[in-house]
Design a protein around this ligand. Structure first.
Ligand SMILES: Nc1ncnc2c1ncn2[C@@H]1O[C@H](COP(=O)(O)OP(=O)(O)OP(=O)(O)O)[C@@H](O)[C@H]1O
Ligand SMILES: [Mg+2]
Length: 456
């Protein structure tokens, strides 16, 4: 097991020495800081620390102030307060602010060691708990028995345990995110976090602060120091989703940083080193984007160490029954079924929105169903005609249909979809430029694209 690191913060050197020695003898790694500012500097540098022993009265920065800051930026890091000027009130206020324990000076060794052990055990249990919750709430298996899915699963099984970087490509809604989560779950880093960055949803001007964090006061609104996603993913996986939508300027910056695994926070000068595995995903054809000058070739080669293609649903229609079953269970808890003819009718369609579109359809059918069997008659028109053309979801409408459709919400959705598709194609699928031109927020446009099942 790796040694736990304890940071002792006190302005009295003799305390640092004596406690430091005791803790080292007990098998801990010890770091020391002679004041509150130095304590925060050490934590901000990203050095791993498992526990802080914090003096209250220090000339440069009061222990209570330090405690507040630590709890703000590292809520899961336990802090034990030690004080010789300890009054009941200070002890109470420290505990309220999230201190794990309060011990009085002069320190006696036995109670100190017990308190340290308890705090570390608590932190371990808390972390285990968090990871368990994270895992149980998010696990979605890759459903399917088709040849293409078997190959995909086999490929994942082979590459997941290596530390290689991976580029996942595939159309909208094919399951790229689930593939990334599965790779992380089967990797050696699975007990560390997988942190996701959606490059399409974050405005250009915020992406650096999002990725690398920022120091307090780095820009208006930066009221406190914030750790970036690179920092948070340390030891784990960083999932750069929709990488094809990242601005060229950010691509240049990120290329250098992912190569060196070192960076500075926005407005800061300290270099932070991390160890992250990168998995990137996109629904764009990056080779074409390179030709168009929208994507850097060097970044493409760096990310594309192992390419994984997630097949569209139309190339593995034999998985439809299994997927339908899975979504029926999810949305109706197994109380609603779908007749065989209805499932067969789902083969008559190309599924441009892929699995997301199928999942949305099943959800709607479950909500609208009056009995416990969904029949062919319940399906939207384009499944019945046997035509394989059509738009995503039940929105197979055209401009004209906006005016004849009796349902306002549906008419509006048809209009929005037609309008946005046209605008996106006018701007070559560039979300940022389209959003600017039509005067809506990029994040809002991104959500619309997803919810309307627009192919971009
Ligand atoms: N093989 C699968 N089995 C079960 N559910 C799946 C599978 N693949 C995808 N899904 C579901 O389909 C939806 C879309 O999946 P996901 O978000 O991973 O797609 P994506 O490729 O990342 O899409 P986009 O390009 O739009 O970001 C999710 O609700 C997911 O749970
Ligand atoms: Mg995705």
């Amino acid at each position: 097991m790796t040694k736990k690191t304890i940071l002792i913060v006190d302005d009295e050197e003799s305390i640092l020495d004596s406690i430091g020695d005791v803790l080292q003898d007990e098998g801990y790694r010890v770091k020391t800081a002679s004041g509150g500012k130095e304590c925060l500097e050490i934590l901000e540098s990203g050095e791993p620390v498992d526990l802080v022993l914090l003096d209250i009265w220090m000339p440069d920065l009061d222990g209570i102030e330090v405690l507040k800051k630590v709890k703000e930026s590292w809520p899961f890091l336990p802090v034990i307060i030690m004080s010789g000027h300890g009054t009941i009130e200070t002890a109470v206020s420290a505990t309220k602010l999230g201190a794990h324990d309060f011990i009085e000076k002069p320190l006696s060794i036995e109670p100190l060691l017990i308190s340290v052990e308890n705090a570390l055990k608590f932190k371990e249990l808390q972390e285990e708990n968090r990871l368990l919750k994270e895992k149980s709430s998010k696990i979605v298996e890759i459903t399917g028995k088709s040849e293409k899915i078997k190959q995909l699963k086999e490929q994942i099984r082979i590459v997941a345990p290596t530390d290689a970087w991976i580029l996942i490509q595939g159309e909208n809604g094919t399951g790229k995110e689930i593939v990334a989560q599965t790779i992380h779950r089967l990797s050696k880093r699975s007990n560390r976090p997988m942190v996701e960055v959606n490059c399409a949803a974050i405005p250009d001007e915020l992406i650096e602060s999002e990725l690398f964090g920022h120091e307090k006061g780095a820009f208006t609104g930066a009221v406190s120091m914030k750790r970036g996603k690179f920092d948070l993913a340390n030891g784990g996986t960083l999932f750069l989703d929709e990488i094809g939508d990242m601005a060229l300027k950010t691509q240049a910056k990120i290329l250098r940083i992912i190569q060196e695994q070192k960076f500075e926070r926005v407005g800061g000068s300290k270099t932070i080193s991390v160890d992250v595995r990168i998995i990137a995903a996109t629904n764009k054809n990056l080779e074409e984007e390179i030709k168009k000058g929208n994507f850097r070739e060097d970044l493409y080669f760096r990310l594309n160490v192992i390419p994984i293609e997630v097949p569209p649903l139309r190339e593995r229609k034999e998985d439809i029954p299994l997927l339908v079953q899975e979504f029926l269970n999810e949305f109706s808890k197994g109380t609603i079924e779908m007749e065989k003819e209805a499932i067969e009718a789902l083969y008559n369609y190309d599924w441009p929105g892929n699995i997301r579109e199928l999942r949305n359809l099943i959800e709607r059918l479950v909500i609208l169903s009056r009995g416990n069997l969904i029949t062919k008659k319940d399906l939207p028109k384009h499944f019945l005609s046997g035509s394989s053309v059509g738009d995503a979801q039940v929105l197979s409408g055209s401009e004209a249909e906006c005016f004849t459709c009796p349902d306002f919400k549906r008419a509006r959705a048809i209009f929005e979809k037609t309008y946005l598709e046209r605008k996106l194609s006018e701007f070559g699928g560039n979300i940022k430029r389209t959003a600017e031109s039509i005067g809506i927020e990029r994040r809002h446009l991104y959500r619309k694209i997803k919810s309307l099942g627009i192919q971009n």
